[in-house]
Design a protein around this ligand. Structure first.
Ligand code: NAP
Ligand code: ZN
Ligand code: ZN
Length: 348
């Protein structure tokens, strides 16, 4: 077994603190990554605090992982020692069901082994995430990080990047379309960069007036402060697609009303309480409300290659792991521009 250092939480009300555990020895298809950077996703906070009521402890969060390949199993073909590789939100799945065969492994019909707060395919062995010194993952669930990307800015692509890229592609966002992004956080700022790069006219809907300049720098054409719903009225019926990346309870009807006929609002944010949708928000204009969950392995690789081609990475604030608890508080307050990323050297 491979002794591994990490930060873990032991209950919904605990802070994260140092934790030692063991990773499995490498199987023939496994790679061992020495973790260099790991992003802090709001999902880490929801799960560390059991806000979705499915948490198991001890929990080592972290699913935006970039590392250096330290060893490879005897049958590995995709990676060599020294390569830079990434791991996102899951580390295994059944590989046989319809969704796995379609490379939509995040929807595996048997069991998606999430990177943490989950179990391996035996559905017994707990998985531990990226706030740790190293990780062992099957090469088929490991991504290649293109060489021109800065590593700390690439880490958030493994969740925030793919979670926003996937629905933009699913709904074929293109030039001439109007896209709205609700919530300028980790996911939201990636959605702005990606939608802009696909040619859309992008509008940010935000509760934070102080983010306007950033929104425009990130590529948004318009910025709307949402505290007063009256400001949204002139925009009714104007949008082809709205991506809702808000982490807390809010009123989705405000944004549904901004969709044109047959427009789609995609929820990627996952607040802990149900959202209330008025039937009229949907039946008027035959609008659609949809959801999306990260993306499969092949689409994640496509997104990484797309980002390399378009020079897209996350705007990050790099922190030592000792600052992780403070970073959680600051993320909840919206005080991050726009993703905290842990420099794992600090875990020595
Ligand atoms: P984040 O960085 O904390 O950003 C969330 C943003 O939501 C904030 O920056 C803020 O933007 C807005 N917001 C926060 N509280 C609000 C409130 N009370 N009312 C209205 N707006 C509020 O979080 P994130 O990491 O981007 O994650 C966002 C959500 O997506 C989380 O729920 C996370 O669990 C979920 N998620 C889902 C998937 C998926 O596959 N579907 C993947 C990753 C994450 P403004 O300041 O601009 O208002
Ligand atoms: Zn995430
Ligand atoms: Zn499957």
């Amino acid at each position: 077994m491979l002794p591994t250092r990490a930060y873990a939480t032991h209950s919904p009300t605990d802070e994260l603190k140092p934790f030692d555990f063991e990773r499995r020895e490498l199987g023939e298809h496994d790679v061992l990554l020495e973790i260099l950077y790991c992003g802090i996703c709001h999902t880490d906070i929801h799960q560390a605090r059991n806000e979705w009521e499915n948490s198991t402890y001890p929990m080592v969060p972290g699913h935006e992982i970039v590392g250096r390949v330290a060893h490879v199993g005897s049958a590995v073909i995709k990676f060599k020692e020294g390569n830079i590789a990434g791991v996102g939100c899951f580390v295994d799945s059944c590989r046989e069901c319809r969704n796995c065969r379609d490379s939509e492994e995040q929807f595996c019909e048997r069991h998606t082994a999430s990177t943490y707060n989950s179990t391996e395919m035996d559905e017994k062995t707990p998985t531990y995430g990226g706030y740790s010194s190293q990780i062992v993952v099957d090469e088929n669930y490991t991504l290649k990080i293109p060489e021109n990307l800065p590593l700390e800015g690439a880490a958030p692509l493994l969740c925030a990047g793919i979670t926003t890229y996937s629905p933009l592609r699913q709904y074929n966002v293109r030039e001439g379309q109007r896209v709205g992004v609700v919530g300028l956080g980790g996911l939201g700022h990636m959605a702005v960069k990606l939608a802009r790069s696909m040619g859309a006219e992008v509008t940010v809907f935000s509760t934070s007036p102080s983010k306007e300049e950033d929104a425009r720098r990130l590529g948004a054409h318009n910025f709307v402060v949402t505290q007063d719903p009256v400001t949204l009225e002139p925009l009714a019926g104007k949008f082809d697609l709205i991506l809702d990346a808000v982490s807390a309870p809010h009123d989705p009807n405000l944004y549904l009303n901004l969709l044109r006929r047959d427009g789609v609002m995609v929820l990627v944010g996952a607040p802990e309480k149900p959202l209330e949708v008025s039937a009229f928000s949907l039946i008027m204009g035959r609008r659609k409300l949809a959801g999306s969950l990260i993306g499969g392995i092949s689409e994640t690789q496509e997104m990484l290659d797309y980002c390399a081609e378009h020079n897209i990475t996350s705007d990050v604030e790099v922190i030592p792991i000792q600052a992780v608890n403070e970073a959680y508080e600051r993320t909840i307050k919206g005080d991050v521009r726009y993703r905290f990323v842990i420099d794992m050297k600090s875990l020595q």
